[in-house]
Design a protein around this ligand. Structure first.
Ligand code: DGY
Length: 325
């Protein structure tokens, strides 16, 4: 006998194939348009849905859990980062939280490597110059960037994405360093050949490129504050494809404007919606619209994980991607 279909509410537009499958397997209400769900609709849904499929756009906070009805069993987040979800409140109410780990690692690492190259080799400035019709002849001193071969990359956060970036950076001839709560296992350390820095303050001044790849937690909020950013060399480049709040954006913009660092590549921002206007108009800033995991393949795989987690719950088992036990 097939299990009763769970009542699922989706807060964000997902790929068509994922939405079709969600409708086939569950009693699903899809997000009606391409914009994220307004807060009042989300809170309303929490009173009737058994599963909410959320995204980074939703504040799944203490108020959300206080409003949620007894029927709510799970929040299945479409994304790996879950800093927008109040895990403690979920645990207190016995609500399961799942995410989509593993399936967007390579995509995010690809984009991070691309961002490093884009900033160092001035891809965006160069491309815009051509688009404006301002390129007419080659010149030896035009658009000089910085070579990354032989340079030192410091990765902050050596989880799955940090490791995938390390492998790519190694292939580009960079020497890889990292700061993490603890060193990676001996097997991974040997494969990646990266140097561990226990103290971030010691690592930062020695790096040519710094990449932020750690999760946003209470410990990593403004981990790169004005003081730490000030440790970077004036020739250093910094990229962030993790979460905006890990860097003090105002301090970053100031250092960039003052030429105290060489360039930045950002895919994430401190205060969305809206980006700190001080970051605009700087030629040495490559600003992307949170697209590091945005490939057709990753979005499908993320959808498949969300579906697997809900289906497992529907079948009476514990979903595999629980972020709390
Ligand atoms: C993730 O998966 O965490 C992406 O940043 C989108 O939320």
């Amino acid at each position: 006998m097939s299990a009763k279909k769970l009542k699922v509410f989706v807060t964000v537009k997902l790929p068509d194939s994922v939405e079709t499958r969600l409708r086939e397997l569950f009693d699903t209400t899809l997000c009606p348009d391409k914009r994220p769900m307004p807060r009042d609709k989300l809170l309303e849904a929490a009173q009737t849905a058994e599963v909410i499929v959320s995204s980074i756009n939703d504040q799944i906070d203490a108020d959300f859990f206080a409003t949620a009805g007894e029927q709510l069993k799970m929040v299945a987040n479409f994304g790996v980062g879950y800093d927008h979800i109040d895990i403690q409140s979920a645990a207190d109410k016995g609500i399961i939280i799942t995410n989509t780990p593993g399936v967007l690692t390579e995509d995010t690492a690809e984009m991070t490597m691309g961002l490093i190259l884009a900033v160092a080799r001035r891809f965006v400035e160069g491309a815009e110059t051509v688009q404006r019709g301002e390129f007419s002849e080659w010149s030896p001193t035009f658009m000089m960037g910085r070579r990354i071969y032989g340079k030192r990359l410091g990765i902050i956060g050596m989880g799955r994405i940090g490791q995938a970036l390390a492998r790519r950076a190694k292939a580009f001839g960079m020497s890889v360093h990292y700061h993490n709560r603890k060193p990676v296992s001996a097997r991974i350390a040997e494969e990646i050949g990266a140097t561990y820095w226990d103290n971030l303050d010691d690592m930062l001044p020695r790096m040519d490129v710094v990449s932020v790849n750690c999760p946003r937690t209470s410990e990593t909020f403004h981990l790169l504050n004005a003081e730490r950013l000030g440790l970077l060399s004036p020739t250093a480049i910094i990229v962030n494809t993790a979460r905006g709040e890990i860097i003090d954006e105002t301090a970053l913009a100031h250092l960039l404007r003052e030429h105290k660092i060489a360039g930045v590549g950002l895919d994430v921002y401190e205060r969305l919606p809206g980006i700190n206007p001080e970051l605009f108009g700087l030629p040495n800033a490559v600003l992307l619209p949170h697209m590091a995991s945005s490939t057709i393949e990753a979005r499908q795989d993320m959808g498949d994980r969300v579906i697997l987690n809900i289906k497992t719950l529907q079948d009476g088992h514990r979903p595999p991607d629980r972020v709390i036990p």
